[in-house]
Design a protein around this ligand. Structure first.
Ligand code: N2P
Length: 357
């Protein structure tokens, strides 16, 4: 778990990164020669199975160095610091858009990605990167509520049902400023397209009410606190919710908030200064193979954008509503938030620190 507090090194790095992103003052390290013997992968934690990495290493002879992050902002901070050179990133849709705007990504060479044909057409037309010039969808998913039905008896339909005094000290949430601030905005009747300084600042009283009730902030494995009984309710990534529902369907339920939920599209993208772009293309195409992508879904049951892989899923996997929502829930894809991202981060960090004391 990564916890950012005011003045901590990660928090400072993150603010610097967001500011640099907003101002367009990115450092551009020099480009090293391509040596396809290794791949520096910088990706979300708990997202790419070890068996998949090993399968690729064995087949290609390319060594994968997998460094993990737990938020888009953490990834941006390290990327902008220039301390390490990465070959492949896994940003969510709104961060893909920010990186494209700042000219930080290289266009994909589609001749090296024959398996791109497996991606469902809908994903190829989304506004953050229409035509998938710079990014390939890896997994998508939602952010929703998990309830332990043995402990929470009253109906839960929206964010305010989670943050109730009765649940004080029994709540887990993602450690993610953008997620939490947009939940608060949703309860004020504002969607993610209305992110601006004024609307973000207006969420402060909501956050001041909510955050003192939270027991655990965890973006890596929020299911753990629910599984071991430390908390009774939470707001988590859908793949984590799907695992809980699979483990104990009689106990856990995944609910999409009535005010609207984030639908993220976590994507693969190659930085402009990647030392090994050949290796990055080879790995992307490997991940796009239906049988490989199916393995990812088995371990991390998010919404798989790969049509070929989805055909290989069991009925049980396909019918898990946390992975594949039924009906027509209100889902929102985020867009680049520009300089307001800095304000979101500052607000959350401030209220969180004050809530802990
Ligand atoms: C995987 C986290 C999913 C990231 N552990 C959501 N954007």
């Amino acid at each position: 778990m990564r916890v950012f507090t005011i003045g901590s090194a990660p928090a400072r790095g993150m603010l610097a990164a967001l500011t640099a992103l907003a101002l367009g003052t990115w450092a551009h390290p020099t480009v090293a020669a391509d040596a396809p013997s290794e791949l520096n992968l910088f990706a979300w934690s708990e997202y790419i199975p070890t068996s998949v990495i090993e399968g690729f290493e064995k087949e290609s002879g390319i060594k994968v160095n997998y460094e993990e992050y737990a938020s888009n902002e953490e990834m941006l901070a390290k990327l902008v610091s220039g301390a390490s050179k990465y070959d492949l990133l896994q940003p969510s849709e709104y961060t893909v858009e920010a990186l494209i705007k700042e000219d930080r990504l290289q266009p994909l060479d589609k001749s090296k990605l024959p398996n791109l044909k497996n991606v469902e057409a809908w994903y190829t037309t989304q506004a953050h990167d229409s035509g998938l010039k710079y990014s390939v969808p890896y997994m998508s998913g939602t952010v929703g509520i998990v309830v332990n039905k043995e402990k929470v008896k009253e109906p839960v339909t929206g964010y305010d049902d989670v943050f109730k005094d009765a649940h004080k000290g029994r709540i887990v949430v993602l450690d993610d400023a953008v997620e939490i601030v947009t939940w608060a905005m949703a309860t004020q009747g504002k969607g993610p397209a209305q992110v601006n300084s004024e609307n973000v600042a207006a969420t402060r009283p909501v956050l001041e009410r909510w955050l003192p009730l939270v027991k655990v902030y965890d973006s890596d494995s929020p299911k753990t606190a629910l599984l071991n009984g430390d908390v009774d309710i939470g707001i988590v990534w859908s793949g984590e919710g799907a695992i809980l529902v699979n483990e104990a369907p009689e106990k856990f339920q995944y609910i999409l908030p009535k005010e609207g939920a984030h639908m993220f599209i976590d994507s693969l993208a190659i930085p402009k200064d990647a030392p090994h772009p050949e290796a990055a293309h080879a790995f992307i195409d490997y991940l796009l193979r239906p049988e490989v992508s199916r393995k990812i879904s088995e371990e991390f049951p998010y919404t798989n954008p790969n049509v070929g892989a989805r055909k290989l899923l069991s009925d049980k996997e396909r019918n898990n509503e946390a992975s594949y929502p039924k009906g027509s829930p209100r889902l929102e894809i985020f867009r680049d938030m520009g300089p307001t991202a800095v304000e979101i981060d500052e607000l959350f960090t401030d209220v969180k620190a004050k809530s802990a004391s």
